[in-house]
Design a binder for this molecule. Structure first.
Ligand code: HEM
Length: 777
């Protein structure tokens, strides 16, 4: 209106008022300029959206007519809620076709409709459950032999050539053949389907010109028709092996769930789902690993690192960079109002590089602790059914390459090109070269007989450990030592964020310690350890037996105590050795120019670590309380008045944390953040626990949970693949919705309000108060 006309006339205003989003807000220049078919996004989708993650994590793109979601938490939240955010548009053409192209499709009887990935509830879950068995690791085992044979045959063809484009020599072909086998396509039909399948990506996620649209429509139409013919052939003999015949066999029992439309649509979409994803994923992974030569050499030397490397490559450079949902009601994402009917592009590639979730995200680290938390397979009830098959293929291909061609390198100076589209990403060619004279099998043919294991379930809670050496041990205060650890070969360590800890394994111990050095110093890590006379011996070992040069195993860093960068002010409270994460946080706050104050409680100067450093670096922000001098922190006085935008970060003895909890009851929920450094979740003591039943409302199954098992373990044993990460009640990955029954919550993830609502639980640790629980899965 008049007001916006007035504003537009003011020169230099950074906002283009000529464009408004559907809620009437102006579109920012960055949002207006966003082009998902442009070179910047194709080359580096996460980098091209960094501005968005930092400044405008949910924005409207007039170019696309979609709302774009770029932060990890928001992308995951959209995936998680497939009712508010329906997947029905997942396979819709992102660029509408011309009438002429549509006429071509019609002439072929094209009627692609709902499969699984774009189906709403309740139909989706019924269908998914009916069809999921062939995807379980057990059922996939026999495909492994096929994959190995195919991979070996393909490498045989070019291993003596010294140079190859891996995409055209095998990375396209092998996953396609595996996909066709998995679906059950007869050998004689493979060649034809192979020819047509390529057009589908452009059809769905690309921006073909009007002339290209007609050609694409022609291929897609033929693909559709031929899929129908193959399906008819399968119907004549449904005893054939494969996932499509499996569905055909089930159809008479559940005709409303496994419809003709479903079968025909899946026959076509299934090829794309299984083929291009895996082909592009493997291409991206090989390129990444060859570009990060040290890590390539590490997996060549130790193939047991391959499953973790696959997961990190899927995070760093997944084949599906963005997926789609549509809002079914007015709602919000990350505080941004989203109207009913809004189409969403949720960018997994950006989420997977979100520094709010992954430390130093643009660095490849095959030992990254939370790599398996990537969103490349989606998340929640639609999470990729084929992920075990994809992982198996990728692992087998990497095993073969690292064994037979460890000396291969990328051909230098090659340009990587991508098919312009919003969602599928991987270079069209990957040229590598090597000296065939040096092929290891020429001198040692026995390497070909090496038996290697495929690991199908994600790396789960335990990241791959690295070996560290003790560089220095210094006295920090009475009974406190500071230990400096470094990579034995001097290799750089991952950067970490304040609040991170590592798991150290030494002697028979495994202990967690917060990192307290400089997060940007990649040459070493520092921890501080207080000798705990009453403890279980871990700290005593480090104090009395550890010497410089000793070797320890270390996992992590991982961070369950992240500093929220959006806070206006921090209040840091540390008790005793609890200063270790706090000092890293305070250093960070100082560097970033945040407002903060530190309250540090201890017995006496001699017993308090890092006092000199704190006084030097944080001078007037620091208040020290020494109980030996009768000076104690009065938490009630400190926190008497809640302050909007202030967050309290605390680490220390349980007494202090409980007092803080008490003193912040009138603060906004979640204002107090505590380091749950040692979780209370220990081993289950069957003498203290009782057994109960878990009813699964959506699958109609009842699972018994014995006294010595977690709900998570029991669900897994019954074939339900609940994701998990820390398995200590810390990370929130294993959350499931609860329909009925009182939960005995033991995690530290849910807020008080969430516990009171009782509609979700963490399956790794929480249990039933009574005899039964009903879960909404
Ligand atoms: C769904 C990725 C390989 C079959 C999906 C989704 C993604 C995805 C992002 C949607 C998830 C969601 O909406 O939450 C990938 C990647 C792969 C891969 C990155 C390779 C690295 C495969 C393979 C198959 C397959 C080999 C085998 C047939 C499926 C099916 C669904 C699906 C059937 C639909 C599941 C549902 O909606 O319930 N995949 N996929 N995928 N994928 Fe995959």
């Amino acid at each position: 209106g008049a007001a916006s006309a007035l504003r537009t006339s003011v020169g230099g205003c950074p906002i283009d008022h000529s464009r408004l989003d559907p809620t009437g807000r102006p579109v920012s220049p960055n949002a207006a300029a966003f082009n998902p078919f442009g070179e910047a996004y194709l080359q580096d989708p996460a980098g091209a959206l960094r501005w968005s993650r930092d400044e405008e994590p949910v924005f409207y793109s007039p170019e696309l007519g979609y709302w774009v979601v770029t932060r990890y938490e928001d992308v995951k939240a959209v995936f998680r809620d497939n009712i508010t955010f329906s997947p029905s548009i997942a396979l819709e053409k992102i660029t509408p076709f011309s009438d002429e192209a549509n006429a071509v499709l019609k002439a072929h009887g094209y009627a692609m409709d709902r499969t699984l990935v774009n189906e709403d509830e309740p139909a989706h879950m019924l269908r998914r459950r009916a069809l999921q068995e062939p995807f379980t690791p057990e059922k996939l085992a026999h495909h492994e032999a096929i994959v190995r044979r195919l991979v070996r045959e393909h490498v045989d063809r070019f291993i003596d050539a010294g140079r190859a484009d891996l995409v055209s020599e095998m990375l396209f072909e092998v996953p396609l053949t595996v996909a066709l086998h998995f679906l059950g396509v007869p050998e004689e039909d493979m060649a034809t389907l192979r020819r047509y399948s390529v057009a589908h990506t452009v059809n769905t996620w690309g921006r073909p010109s009007p002339e290209e649209q007609v050609a694409v429509a022609e291929s897609v139409g033929k693909f559709w028709e031929y899929s129908g013919e193959v399906l008819d052939k399968m119907r004549q003999d449904p005893s054939m092996p494969g996932w499509m015949p499996y569905g055909i066999r089930l159809q008479p029992e559940m005709p409303d769930v496994i419809t003709d439309s479903y079968l025909h649509s899946m026959m076509m979409a299934g090829i794309v789902a299984a083929h291009e994803t895996t082909a592009l994923a493997t291409t991206n992974a090989l390129r990444l690993l060859l570009e990060n030569r040290t890590q390539w050499e590490e997996i060549c030397a130790d193939p047991s690192l391959i499953p973790a490397a696959v997961e990190e490559c899927l995070r760093f450079s997944g084949p599906i960079v963005a997926w789609r949902r549509i809002a079914t009601s007015d709602t919000e994402i990350g505080g941004v109002a989203i109207p009913e009917g809004a189409k969403l592009l949720i960018v997994q590639a950006s989420a997977n590089h979100d520094e709010r979730h992954f430390d130093d995200p643009d660095e490849l680290d095959i030992r990254r602790d939370n790599a398996a938390g990537h969103l490349s397979f989606g998340y929640g009830s639609h999470q990729c059914l084929g992920k075990h098959l994809a992982r198996m293929e990728m692992q087998v291909m990497l095993q073969e390459f690292t064994t037979r061609l460890p000396h291969m390198r990328l051909v230098p100076d090659q340009e990587f090109t991508y098919l312009p589209n919003t969602s599928f990403r991987g270079p069209e060619h990957l040229w590598v070269q090597w000296d065939p004279e040096r092929n290891p099998e020429r001198t040692d043919p026995s390497i070909l007989d090496r038996r290697q294991q495929v690991r199908l379930r994600g790396p789960g809670g335990r990241a791959v450990a690295r070996t560290m050496t003790v560089r220095r041990i210094e006295r920090e205060a009475d009974e406190i030592v500071r230990i400096t650890l470094a990579d034995p070969h001097g290799r750089p360590l991952p950067k970490w964020s304040p609040g991170s800890h590592v798991d150290l394994e030494f002697d028979e111990f495994s202990r967690q310690y917060s990192l307290c050095g400089d997060p940007d110093d990649r040459s070493c890590y520092q921890i501080a350890v207080r000798k705990d006379g009453d403890g279980r011996g871990g700290s005593r070992y480090l104090h009395e037996r550890l010497t410089v040069g000793d070797v320890l195993r270390m996992r992590g860093p991982r961070n369950h105590f992240r500093l929220d960068p959006d806070a206006r002010r921090y209040v840091f409270v540390a008790g005793g050795i609890g200063i270790t994460p706090i000092i890293a946080m305070a250093d960070h706050a100082r560097r970033t120019g945040h407002d903060y104050e530190i309250h540090y409680c201890g017995r006496s100067t001699g017993t308090m670590a890092f006092l000199d450093r704190l006084v030097r670096d944080h001078g007037d922000r620091l208040t020290v309380y020494r109980s030996a001098e009768g000076v104690r922190l009065d938490v009630d006085a400190l926190l008497a008045d809640p302050v909007e935008g202030t967050l309290i970060y605390a680490c220390g003895p349980r007494r202090l944390l409980d007092a803080l909890d008490e003193a912040t009851r009138h603060w906004p929920e979640d204002a107090l953040r505590m380091e749950h450094f040692t979780s209370d979740v220990g081993k289950l003591d069957p003498a203290q626990e009782h057994a109960f039943d878990v009813q699964l409302a959506e699958s109609g199954v009842t699972v018994h949970v014995p006294a010595d098992q977690t709900v998570l373990t029991a669900l897994r044993a019954a074939g339900f693949d609940v994701p998990s990460d820390c398995e200590e009640g810390l990370c929130g990955t294993c959350e499931v919705p609860v329909a009925e029954g009182e939960v005995d919550h033991r995690d530290v993830v849910l807020t008080k309000a969430e516990r009171a609502r009782g509609d979700k639980m963490m399956t790794c640790c929480s249990r039933a108060c009574g005899k039964a629980l009903t879960l909404r899965i």
